[in-house]
Design a protein around this ligand. Structure first.
Ligand SMILES: [Zn+2]
Ligand SMILES: [Zn+2]
Length: 274
């Protein structure tokens, strides 16, 4: 701080921070243009902002995305909830059958118990109890183990899918947010891209493939893709991407539109000339 002694007059070109006059300006906020110094500069997603703008949901859109889904049930959770109800009845039926007939040995008893325990874990999962997130992964593994001993390789082939699905769910960012698990910025970025980045362009792109089979969808997918393309703005906060998908959607929709248009036109002409 020796260099800033009162004897030394400040350089004319050296602007001072409006909030901290003792500090030189380092730059201007990318959102509102206010000058900032080292005290109020905040870097978010690679851009510099003033400290007020840095907390704005448009700027820290990943944080806004995180808060939006924090503690909120996702589709997976509802699936587990419904699965728990199903498992409860399945387990009860298996157990009742076992107790009445007593002809399948202890395996049926064990599978019925696994279904009931799985149902309980599923309910805890639906309620967002932290232990249930990992515990649920063991339910299909346990039933795979037991059924594998009884029915052999065929049952293992069928039972492997629930194991894979629970593993995918365990690693799903939206589901982690429901359980209020910390998620990396990278994972947030990926989830944001999937759920929030130019959803119109994404819908248009996906519908355009469907329009090749169902011609009436072509105008809708074309419209979505055009709107999506117009929205693309990589430098906005938050950025709007999916330019490639929007262009591909326009091309595929146009092909579908021309193809189905020719088909319907020809059919109509045939009918009129008959
Ligand atoms: Zn600002
Ligand atoms: Zn300042």
């Amino acid at each position: 701080m020796e260099s800033l002694s009162p004897a030394q007059p400040p350089a004319a070109s050296e602007a001072r921070c409006p909030a901290h006059p003792q500090k030189p300006v380092l730059g201007a906020c990318a959102r509102c243009g206010t000058f900032f110094c080292e005290y109020d500069r905040e870097t978010v997603n690679g851009k510099d902002y003033c400290d007020t703008c840095a907390e704005h949901p448009d700027v820290d859109y990943l944080e806004a995305f995180r808060l939006k889904y924090w503690g909120k049930r996702d589709a997976w959770t509802w699936l587990v909830g419904f699965g728990a109800v199903f498992n409860f009845f399945a387990g009860a039926i298996i157990l009742a059958n076992e107790l009445v007939n007593k002809d399948t040995g202890n395996t049926g008893l064990l599978l019925g118990l696994i279904a009931l325990v799985g149902s309980g874990v599923g309910v805890c999962f639906w309620m967002g109890m932290p232990f249930a997130r990992l515990a649920l992964c063991f339910v299909p593994i346990a039933s795979l183990f037991v059924s594998g001993f009884v029915a052999g390789a065929e049952a293992v082939g069928r039972g492997i899918w629930p194991v894979i699905i629970t593993f995918v769910m365990y690693n799903n960012t939206r589901n982690k947010l429901f359980f209020k698990e910390e998620v990396s910025r990278e994972a947030l970025q990926k989830a944001w891209h999937l759920y929030s980045n130019n959803t119109v362009a994404r819908a248009g792109f996906m519908l355009s493939f469907l329009s090749l089979l169902i011609g009436v969808l072509a105008p809708i997918s074309l419209l979505c893709s055009i709107i999506g393309l117009r929205r693309v703005n990589p430098t906005a906060t938050p950025p709007v991407g999916r330019k490639g998908q929007a262009i591909a959607g326009i091309v595929i929709s146009s092909v579908s539109l021309v193809g189905w248009g020719t088909f319907f036109g020809a059919t109509l002409l045939k009918m009129l000339l008959r």
